[in-house]
Design a protein around this ligand. Structure first.
Ligand SMILES: Nc1ncnc2c1ncn2[C@@H]1O[C@H](COP(=O)(O)OP(=O)(O)OP(=O)(O)O)[C@@H](O)[C@H]1O
Length: 639
């Protein structure tokens, strides 16, 4: 990064002049400053930020909030990590760092030279901080997302003076459905500015988008095209995914540019309308060969059509991350608990058969994970897995969202209509999550569709035959809901071919094995362990959030470990989890009996000894109050 090349940026004289104009007139005259930066400076001013001030009110996520954000963005983070490592390798020892932010500007993950990370941390360039323009003014991450374009923000181009030691280049990341997911940023010391850094950030964002497309649309009808034959299969190719009915369901930036489409046209246009020649070609399934074709706007392109792995079954939309399935995806979930294993065995017997599964269990016990395993273990594993959260759909939209609608079906509908989520599950598995929260008024209509196995889009149009495996999930007691008149009896019996009750985490006998497996997945090859006190606290906790809570806690803990550190202890846990664990810790449990009591007393004595008799320190390490420690150790803890 230290190129020695003088920065080809706006001169400091011009920047000073631009600042003066901004403050005097509220905006910057054209030509004085890059227009993206000029717009961003105006926005920063409108946000009421003081260039020389600090950043009052800038949100900083707690470790628990950060863990939740990482969980929500796990698909993005999983694909971004290896790319960030690659970028970091290219920039190592050059006083810089690589940053991943979510669409709200919250930093999710950073990688960098230790010394620079330390300096960056002083201006809150660290995980959990938010770099939305609203709080930090013009900065590469916030501005790239506001402008939806790659940008460099160099030195005093930052709106806040305190950030002027930085030079940053960021590119936005979009998912194949055109939604903004976040940004990839490379930040460094401003003296190390290099014009190629923006290209590196942009390429990294493209690599992530390419991987997202591959996993989201695996097994579907996909078109790849490029102006050069050799470009097919590289990250520079244009990618399109198309539904069996011809809807463009996914596209990368390059494809949108080629087709002259905006991101909002994904899911709303048909291939036939935008590229009739390619549409004609996909009507005749054949081997995936690269062939020349006249491009949508003239000029030749090289095109390869992947007809999907599940031919001649429909070629649908995989909306969620498709993880590589082991030989038997159900067995992979078996960590030894007898109740859970019995549920797996029953599920295995009905896999591939037209029997609707109903998964019941508390929130976070892993119903969706279980449903995915059922899908991955069955013959439709190459088809899509489509999860619909019925509780999250507004009552007025649920019908349109699930059944689709024809063009102009209702006010506010997309002009081009929509295929609907049910049809997206063609050839795969449909998970109706939180089915117990489905409005009564809609239940009869859903029942009819499930019975007739065909759906007619709202506003008319041809009925389409449906072909998917149905899995429903709910944290409610559906039988009780039915008895209380909140759930239709006929629908209950239609979706309940087989009910499986997944046990809450506190009742599982395989917690240690689960923890071990989770740690192995979160930090492969690192042989991480829990400190003995934590093991005890974990095993006695009631885990109201079940596996979700456990997985989030461990994920945060792994993130907070220092390099080379392998023992997870209290200080690595999210604050709220640590607090809850401490409150119910076995060490504080007066009802503890026999051997466990003896063991906990031994633990306390050992820790006290390690702390050279410092009761406060020992209590802190054990996660109990000093009073509890005095009480438990009787006279042996000197006051
Ligand atoms: N078998 C498992 N192994 C590892 N982690 C798991 C497992 N099951 C669940 N999890 C973790 O718990 C989280 C929640 O799982 P999932 O969404 O399947 O629960 P759920 O029961 O469907 O929750 P809800 O009722 O709130 O929708 C997952 O994202 C994952 O992190």
């Amino acid at each position: 990064m230290h190129s020695g090349t003088p920065p080809a940026r706006t001169t400091s004289v011009a920047l000073r002049q631009a600042r003066r104009q901004l403050l005097d007139q509220g905006d910057v005259a054209a030509g004085l400053l890059d227009e993206r930066l000029a717009r961003s400076w105006s926005r920063s001013l409108d946000f009421g930020l003081q260039a020389s001030g600090r950043t009052p009110g800038a949100p900083h996520a707690s470790t628990a909030q950060l863990a939740r954000a990482l969980e929500q963005q796990r698909e993005l983070v999983a694909h971004a990590r290896p790319v960030m490592e690659f970028v970091f390798e290219q920039t190592r020892d050059s006083d810089c760092m690589v940053v991943l932010a979510d669409s709200g500007g919250m930093l999710l993950h950073t990688l960098g030279d230790a010394e620079f990370l330390d300096r960056a941390s002083r201006v809150a360039l660290r995980p959990g901080a938010t770099w939305h323009e609203q709080y930090r003014g013009t900065n590469a991450i916030g501005t790239a997302m506001a402008e939806q374009a790659p940008v460099v923000v160099h030195a005093s181009e930052h709106y806040l003076e305190r950030n002027s030691f930085l030079t940053c280049a960021a590119a936005p990341i979009h998912d194949p459905a055109g939604r903004l997911l976040g940004a990839l940023d490379i930040s460094g010391d401003h003296r190390g500015y290099h014009p190629h850094t923006l290209g590196l950030a942009r390429s990294a964002a493209r690599m992530i988008e390419h991987k997202l497309f591959e996993t989201r649309h695996a097994g579907q009808l996909r078109l790849r095209f490029h102006s050069q034959m050799e470009g097919i299969g590289t990250v520079t190719e244009c990618q399109l995914a198309v539904s069996p009915e011809g809807w463009v369901l996914g596209a990368n930036t390059a494809a949108l540019q080629w087709l002259g489409l905006g991101r909002d046209s994904i899911g709303r246009v048909q291939l036939e309308a935008v590229w009739p020649l390619a549409h004609a070609l996909v009507q005749q399934p054949g081997p995936a060969a690269v062939r020349p074709l006249l491009g949508p706007r003239g000029g030749q392109v090289w095109l390869r059509v992947d007809f999907g792995r599940s031919r001649p079954a429909p070629l649908p939309r995989a909306l969620e991350v498709a993880e590589p399935a082991p030989a038997d995806a159900l067995s992979a979930l078996d960590t030894g608990d007898a109740t859970y294993r019995a549920a797996l065995d029953k599920a295995r017997r009905v896999v591939g058969k037209p029997i609707a599964l109903l998964l019941q269990g508390e929130s976070g016990v892993g119903k969706e994970v279980f449903a995915r395993a059922v899908h991955a273990a069955g013959p439709r594993r190459d088809g899509p897995f489509v999860a619909v959260n019925c509780a999250a759909l507004p009552e007025t939209l649920i019908e349109a969202e699930l059944f689709g609608y024809s063009p102009g079906a209702f006010t506010g509908a997309r002009r081009e209509g929509s295929p609907g989520r049910l049809r997206e599950a063609q050839g795969g598995t449909l998970l109706l999550d939180e089915v117990g929260d489905m409005p009564m008024a809609f239940q009869a209509r859903l029942l009819r569709v499930l019975q007739e196995r065909q759906v007619q889009p709202l506003g008319g149009g041809k009925a389409v035959a449906l072909d998917f495996n149905l899995v429903c999930a709910t944290h409610r007691q559906l039988r009780e809901e039915m008895q209380a008149g909140r759930f239709r009896e006929d629908l209950y019996y239609r979706i309940n071919g087989l009910t499986l009750l997944l046990p809450p985490l506190r009742e599982r006998s395989d917690q240690s094995a689960l923890i071990g497996r989770l740690l192995g997945t979160l930090a492969p090859g690192q042989a991480l362990q829990l400190a003995p006190e934590l093991v005890t606290a974990f095993l006695h906790f009631n885990w109201p959030g079940n596996l979700r809570q456990l997985a989030n806690g461990l994920r945060t803990a792994c993130a907070l470990l220092d390099e080379g550190e392998t023992m997870i202890d209290w200080q690595h846990l999210p604050d709220d989890l640590a607090q809850d664990l401490r409150q119910t810790s076995v060490l504080a449990d007066p009802g503890l009996d026999g051997p466990l009591r003896a063991q906990s007393v031994r633990t306390m004595e050992r820790v006290l000894q390690q702390c050279n008799g410092n009761v406060s320190e020992a209590a802190r390490q054990l996660g109990v109050s000093r009073n509890t420690l005095y009480r438990k150790l009787g006279g042996s803890a000197g006051r």
